[in-house]
Design a protein around this ligand. Structure first.
Ligand SMILES: CC(=O)SCCNC(=O)CCNC(=O)[C@H](O)C(C)(C)COP(=O)(O)OP(=O)(O)OC[C@H]1O[C@@H](n2cnc3c(N)ncnc32)[C@H](O)[C@@H]1OP(=O)(O)O
Length: 429
């Protein structure tokens, strides 16, 4: 492994975060739009850090499922918030990696001296998914709109058929394979021989830890109640391996090991993170929770190759460790997004596997195992839910606070994303 450590030009401080509790799809947020939820998360951050009428260097955010009207989602949310309207904003899209990628984008601008402060995050709703009209109807409507004469319009209107009203519903699947994320993950679970018991144990632990963290007030300054929800709706603190063992397979056929309990639920929610230079924070007497020091993206060829769709972090993390001159064991906390319990376990197994190290990573030795007591210590997506683009902000704010509480140390973030991509980062205190 290389030992050279390349420091950023300016340190990127994480000041804090704010999110709304995550809800289950078609639940309490079913009437809220992406803009409603992201504005609520943003305004909660404004209140928390007294940012009323502040001009922030940039707000970056995204949503995986977006209506056409949300082409400028981040900017519209800024205009709907109490930030100064002179705050510029940009939209980001990297599937489930969107939130973390938005954070990395603005962190890089801070490091390079282009801005001094930023807010980044994401939002998603599967309740208010954008339905599209089918291609034939779209063509007729576009032509109707352009038609100049009544006969032209009548001729086009005569082409309308009852079947045209069937909408195109966005599918939670990969366009190039037609398989859902869950079906892809089930293939990977089989390859890596991930057992049902191991998945259920990870899921139960996630619920128990998230519940305990809420009980001890960990989220009091990270989560703002919204639409009568004070905690993540999916959370079942009394979750147990015995209860989870009773659920029937959801992916991978009748013999499949993946269930509704060890897969993330479809969710709605939004998150934000405040980042800045140390000087900006000092000028406002805002303590720094942690610093974002490294990040990495990677992608795998899941279409033609034998790679699992969600295995890109297995590549991004070793690449990042090499650049940072660190080993997988040099961390106090590991935040691995729980898209599915099987995906977390497959990634951990890949890092332990000598053949994967040699053949896929070109390394003499595997990365090795991690201390599981340090993994997702306050729960993760299986318990909290996973509104796709909002997960990165949830994880960064959680980890920064954990490091601040510890007073020192280092945390690893790993997020898998649709399209065979992965986004990872290192936070340090
Ligand atoms: C990069 C990435 O992040 S990829 C990941 C992207 N995310 C996804 O793909 C989402 C995947 N998830 C899904 O599609 C859906 O949540 C599914 C298909 C797994 C499950 O959907 P549903 O069947 O609607 O789930 P539902 O909430 O009804 O749960 C089914 C049952 O399991 C039970 N259950 C769910 N979780 C638990 C739990 N932790 N403990 C005990 N029981 C549970 C429910 O109570 C329900 O029981 P019931 O049938 O008696 O009412």
């Amino acid at each position: 492994m290389a030992t050279k450590r390349t420091a950023p030009v300016r340190k990127v401080a994480i000041i804090g975060g704010n999110r709304i509790p995550f809800a289950r799809s078609n639940g309490p947020y079913s009437k809220a739009s992406n803009q409603d939820m992201f504005t609520a998360a943003l305004d909660g951050l404004v209140s928390r850090f007294s940012l009323q009428d502040e001009v922030i260097g940039e707000v970056a955010a995204g949503a995986v499922l977006k209506h056409a009207r949300d082409f400028n989602l981040a900017r519209e949310s800024v205009l709907g918030s109490r930030l100064n309207p002179a705050t510029p904003a940009s939209d980001v899209q990297m599937a489930c990696g969107t939130g973390l990628q938005a954070i990395v984008n603005v962190a890089n601008k801070i490091a390079l001296g282009q801005i001094d402060s930023a807010i980044a995050g994401g939002v998603d709703t599967t309740s208010d998914a954008p339905l599209a009209v089918n291609d034939d109807l779209r063509q007729i409507l576009v032509q109707l709109n352009a038609a100049k004469t009544l006969p032209e319009r009548l001729k086009l209107a005569a082409k309308l058929r009852p079947g045209h009203i069937v909408p195109e519903i966005p599918r939670n699947s990969e366009p190039r394979t037609g398989l859902s994320m869950g079906e892809h993950a089930a293939l990977t679970a089989k390859v890596w021989e991930i057992t049902r018991e191991a998945q259920d144990e990870l899921a139960a632990t996630s619920h128990q830890r998230l519940g305990a963290a809420y009980d001890k007030g960990f989220f009091d300054d990270l989560v703002t109640p919204y639409l009568k929800l004070a905690r993540d709706q999916n959370l079942r603190p009394d979750s147990s391996v015995e209860k989870l063992a009773k659920l029937k397979p959801a992916f991978g056929g009748p013999e499949g090991t993946m269930t509704a309990g060890n897969s993330t639920p479809l969710s709605d929610g939004a998150s934000t993170v405040l980042l800045a230079t140390e000087q900006w924070a000092k000028a406002r007497k805002l303590p720094v929770l942690a610093y974002l020091t490294f990040s990495q993206t990677a992608a795998v060829d899941y279409v033609h190759g034998d790679e699992g769709l969600l295995m890109a972090p297995a590549y991004a993390v070793p690449q990042m460790l090499t650049r940072a001159g660190l080993t997988l064991q040099d961390f106090d906390f590991y935040e691995i997004h729980e898209a599915f319990a099987s995906q977390v376990l497959a990634t951990l197994k890949a890092w332990e596997d000598p053949a994967f190290a040699k053949e896929k990573l070109g390394l003499d030795e595997p990365l090795g195992s991690i201390d599981r007591a340090k993994l997702n210590v306050n729960g993760s997506s299986l318990a909290a839910g996973h509104p796709f683009a909002a997960t990165g902000g949830r994880i960064v704010a959680t980890l920064a606070k954990l490091l601040n509480e510890k007073g020192s140390g280092r945390g690893l973030i790993s997020i898998c994303a649709a399209g065979g991509q992965g986004v990872t980062a290192i936070l340090e205190k």
